[in-house]
Write a protein that binds this ligand. Structure first.
Ligand code: 5GP
Ligand code: ZN
Length: 114
């Protein structure tokens, strides 16, 4: 499949990996918008939050366990962080493989939708 995040998960494309287990991989965003900007993805391809169903729930469990662990490793578990997953045109999704952005290391500006 021609999916850039599948290629990252398969190590066909290099990335700065910060966490990995059987189901999940996390790596630094190539174009960070905060001092800590990490993308957490399931190794199994699924397009977005809107495409999730029961077969993905074990992956989701591991993703949220990973987010907590990464936050501790990155030293942002006390100061806080934001988790974002974009879907579709209006959500501004650019890569069609489910991913959760972890943003931290400074105060993240409030969302301004307009
Ligand atoms: P989206 O807009 O789909 O929520 O976020 C996609 C994110 O993936 C963007 O923040 C973008 O910088 C990041 N990204 C796109 N291509 C690559 C890549 O090849 N490597 C890494 N590490 N990040 C990427
Ligand atoms: Zn993929």
């Amino acid at each position: 499949m021609d999916c850039i995040f599948c290629k990252i998960a398969n190590k066909e494309i290099p990335s700065s990996i910060v966490f990995e287990n059987d189901r999940v991989i996390a790596f630094r965003d190539i174009n960070p918008v905060a001092p800590v900007h990490i993308l957490v993805i399931p190794k199994n391809h699924v397009e977005s939050v809107q495409h999730l169903n029961e077969e993905h729930y074990d992956d989701l469990k591991e993703i949220f366990k990973a987010i907590k662990e990464i936050a501790v490793k990155e030293g942002i578990d006390k100061t806080g962080y934001r988790v974002i997953s974009n879907y579709g045109k209006d959500g501004g999704q650019e890569v069609n493989h489910l991913h959760f952005h972890i943003l931290g290391g400074e105060t993240i500006g409030k969302l301004r939708c307009k």
